[in-house]
Design a binder for this molecule. Structure first.
Ligand code: UDP
Length: 312
């Protein structure tokens, strides 16, 4: 089995590459290293079944070998990054998905799209199930991400209908864990790094907005399960445990025994107020649900960031 992973040196992609190699598959990892890092793949760099190609998937690429799966995980995924690079974000979501689908079609490979809970926007129903069409501001500062992923889903289902490409789509809810970059900018990594450095934890708004945080190993387990079943519709993958951002800050301060204070910052435009996945479908289709509770996942992530900060 040969698997192409775009964004393979990124947070999620690097976990996937390692998991596939452990299963004995061959992996081609594509990354342009905008937010991915060579460090994330350094332990597997010498594996004969691993090949790293530095390439931006917004541009087409010709690959000679047979490929069984194309997993498109390349994207700027942190709001601070995608808001600063809206065009790159749109290109990886739209042109990148188009190029990946082209590869899948040419190679008769299956296609796997990493979509996102952001396609639900600032949701008007709670929790969010796959049937919900979302509430997205099409011209707002987050639209480069939201709309490119919505467009990516549209492309995916167009290729399924028109070219019979066998597709899988997951909508990923806030995921955290090792291999996130120190400067990732998302809430879990920001708070952990700030707490470890005894700096103020930056809360946007009053911290009453909620998110549901999934540990990366649970997400990877769900992805592998979905590759093993014949199910083409979008599936939410996330942890339904819902927390206010201010409570997340308190938990991280407690776990790190930090003396950090809390700093309030303005809430960015269009920041979703509530987010929690309805995972009934994933339970039915995959027999999957998250197993790692927030504090347990955070402890592992804190340990990982400690080693990263020491190594800097
Ligand atoms: N957030 C925060 N402090 C930070 C970073 C983020 O309070 O240092 C908030 C952000 O405004 C949002 C939530 O935490 O309400 C989750 O933000 P994140 O960037 O992790 O991802 P999102 O779920 O918004 O895509």
């Amino acid at each position: 089995m040969k698997i192409l992973v775009t964004g393979g040196a990124g947070f999620l992609g690097s976990h996937l590459c390692k998991t596939f190699l452990k299963k004995g598959y061959s992996v081609i990892c594509l990354d342009n290293f905008i937010t991915g890092s060579r460090k994330n793949v350094e332990q597997i760099m010498n594996d004969p079944k691993f090949r790293l190609i530095e390439h931006d998937i917004s541009n087409p690429i010709m690959l000679d070998e047979n490929i069984d799966w194309v997993l498109h995980f390349a994207s700027l995924a942190s709001p601070v990054h995608y808001i600063n690079h809206p065009i790159k974000t749109l290109k990886s979501g739209l042109l990148g998905t188009h190029n990946c689908l082209g590869i899948a079609k040419a190679k008769k490979a299956k296609f796997f799209l990493a979509s996102t809970s952001e396609i639900y926007g600032d949701p008007l129903i709670h929790p969010q199930s796959e049937e919900y069409w979302g509430n997205v501001n099409p011209i707002g500062i987050r639209s480069c991400y939201d709309e490119s992923k919505r467009g990516a889903e549209a492309l995916t289902y167009a290729y399924m209908r028109e070219h019979k490409v066998d597709v899988r789509t997951i909508r990923i809810f806030n995921t955290y864990g090792p291999n996130m970059q120190i400067d990732d900018g998302r809430v879990v990594s920001n708070f952990i790094v700030q707490a470890l450095q005894e700096k103020g934890l930056t809360i946007c708004g009053d911290g009453s907005q909620t998110r549901s945080f999934c540990y990366v190993d649970d997400l990877v387990r769900g992805i592998i399960k979905l590759m093993g079943v014949d199910y083409n519709q979008p599936l939410n993958l996330g942890n339904p445990g819902e927390y206010k951002v201010i409570d997340l800050a308190r938990i991280i301060i407690e776990l790190t025994r930090s003396k950090s204070s809390i700093l309030f910052k303005p809430l960015p435009e269009d920041d979703p107020k509530r987010r929690r996945p309805d995972i009934m479908k994933a339970k039915q289709v995959l027999g999957w649900e998250p197993e790692i509770e927030l504090r347990e996942g955070l402890k592992k992530t804190v340990e990982w960031f400690k080693t990263q900060l020491l190594g800097k």
